[in-house]
Write a protein that binds this ligand. Structure first.
Ligand code: ZN
Length: 350
């Protein structure tokens, strides 16, 4: 099944660039970067060496790496390089359509601005396009909910600008960041405005049990896709009206199994809400969230789903094929992908 999951044509819709950086790319950054001051090299080297040996990581070790990556990716050359590497790695495991997301950052010491950050990501994407890696890449700008409405507004403005000048590569907004912070009531009008201007919305929703009112608020926007949605349904501590609105607007769920287990929001794979929504025939997309730090891949996530729920190859193919419906692209692009999938299906012996 592992081999089949790798050969299967796939879609990835929930991938944060920084968290997707592999140990190999981290090593490259260390070799190329002149100034590594302030970076915890001991922890970083330990991570690289042990990951290369195939060792597993616990919650603390994983989450300690986020700030370290933040310190590593501080200039535009590194941003372009990591973006390209992440795309290449997804392409190598037969992902043919990818939506990346990242928070635009200012770094005074290197002169990187939010604007040049976005340009650097686009440069990485353009390089991948030129090399014809057989992958379509789109980019969502992340609004960090912990940084307040002014920064959110700035990010949305940047997304609007780049939506027209990037030939549609920048297609929308992701809302993410620490789920304990930020007053979402203040964000809703901004998100509605972004949607009205043509940007697509993928919002991290219901990552905590005690925020059902907030989930209702965010679902009322409504978003075009839900990130995680762990605690929407009553069985997980959510509410029936939240399930109803999700179904009524047919809002797809981005399911990131390994990430939820590592983040301890779901206790075991068999209890993952993917199955709840799958059984309701609600659109669910298998995603990685942070493949580099979670030590996973889209293929591995498909394999986990197959093993946990006893799915057949045909069922996995159907999940992947159905994911095409949820991409932030035109019917024309969707049809092209469906055609590509149908051809590959025969090659897979299905
Ligand atoms: Zn995420």
């Amino acid at each position: 099944m592992e081999e089949f999951c790798r050969a299967l044509p796939k879609i990835e819709l929930h991938a944060h660039i920084n968290g997707s950086i592999s140990a190999c790319t981290m090593e490259k950054i260390v070799q190329n970067k002149d100034d590594l001051s302030g970076v915890d090299m001991k922890k970083l080297n330990k991570w690289i060496t042990s990951v290369k040996k195939g060792e597993k990581k616990n919650l603390n070790e994983t989450f300690e790496m986020f700030p370290i990556l933040h310190q590593l990716v501080t200039d535009t050359d590194t941003v372009s390089m990591v973006t390209y590497d992440v795309i290449k790695e997804f392409a190598e495991e037969n992902v043919h359509y990818l939506e990346l997301r990242s928070t635009p950052r200012d770094v005074t010491s290197t002169g990187m601005t939010k604007q040049s950050y976005v340009e650097a990501v686009l440069k990485g994407i353009e390089k991948a396009i030129k090399e014809d890696l057989n992958i379509i890449v789109r980019f969502l700008l992340s609004v960090d909910r912990s940084r307040g409405v002014d920064v959110a507004m700035e990010t949305i403005e940047l997304a609007k600008q780049f939506n027209s000048k990037s030939n549609g590569i920048v297609i929308g907004i992701d809302l993410s960041g620490n789920p304990n912070l930020g007053d979402m009531a203040a964000f809703v009008p901004l998100l509605r405005d972004a949607k009205k201007s043509g940007l697509k919305l993928a919002l991290h929703i219901a990552e905590r049990t005690d925020r059902t009112d907030e989930s209702g608020l965010l679902l009322s926007v409504p978003p075009d896709r839900i990130g995680h949605g762990t605690y929407i349904h009553p069985e997980a501590g959510g509410r029936q009206d939240l399930v109803d609105i999700t179904q009524q607007f047919n809002i797809p769920i981005e399911a990131c199994l390994t990430s939820n287990i590592l983040g301890q929001t779901v206790s075991s794979f068999d209890k993952h809400h993917f199955k709840y929504w799958y059984d309701k025939k609600h659109p669910c997309i298998i995603c990685t969230d942070d493949k580099g730090l979670m030590l996973t891949s889209v293929s591995r996530e498909y394999n986990i789903v197959a093993n946990t729920f006893n799915f057949t190859k045909q069922q996995l193919y159907n999940i992947s094929f159905k994911s095409i419906d949820s991409i932030f692209e035109s019917d024309n692009v969707k049809d092209k992908l469906r055609h590509q999938w149908t051809i590959l299906k025969t090659e897979l012996g299905l």
